[in-house]
Write a protein that binds this ligand. Structure first.
Ligand code: RP5
Length: 161
């Protein structure tokens, strides 16, 4: 069974960046669901989603949040599925606070944290995790890497020196 990716954001204000993860997942042919759930505004629903995620067919959870960015940690506390945190830019420290809140988890409850606004790389990392048990997806990822290599070679050849 191909497992889905849950794409969770703390607010609709995160969507302009988070949709980049959805676009990437679509391009890689990975099923996903996107939802707004908040560690602070909808804590019970967020916990319930996390607790039932494995049984509901998810394999990886992406959590995007800014400011007091507790969403990824709250999800990680309630599931043993891999959780990838996307700290969002904004606020007084332009995301540094969110980055530190997302990455500094207590031992035993990890959150794999990508760069500020790193929605696309969160999707790539989720794909690589799912590819551990999906040879067809692993082959697609290898093909994408080969495309990247070709693109750089073409840019190198065209560079005006
Ligand atoms: C976080 O606070 C959200 O993830 C968002 O990044 C930030 C601001 O949310 P809004 O006030 O725009 O809803 O919880």
């Amino acid at each position: 069974m191909i497992r889905k990716v849950a794409v969770i954001m703390g607010s609709d204000s995160d969507w302009p960046v988070v949709k980049g993860a959805c676009t990437q997942l679509k391009a890689l042919g990975i099923p996903f669901e996107a939802h707004i759930l908040s560690a602070h505004r909808t804590p019970a629903a967020a916990a319930e989603f996390a607790k039932s995620a494995r049984a509901n067919g998810f394999g990886v959870i992406l959590c995007a949040a800014g400011m007091a960015a507790h969403l990824a940690g709250a999800f990680a506390a309630n599931t043993t599925l891999p959780v990838i945190g996307i700290p969002m830019k904004g606020g007084a420290m332009d995301g540094l606070d969110a980055l530190l809140a997302t990455v500094q988890m207590p031992s035993g409850i990890p959150v794999a944290t990508v760069a500020l606004n790193g929605a696309k790389n969160a999707a790539w990392l989720a794909a690589q995790i799912l590819a551990l048990s999906d040879d067809a997806l692993a082959a697609r990822l290898e093909a994408e890497r080969a495309n990247m290599t070709e693109e750089i070679a073409a840019k190198e050849a065209k560079l005006q020196r």
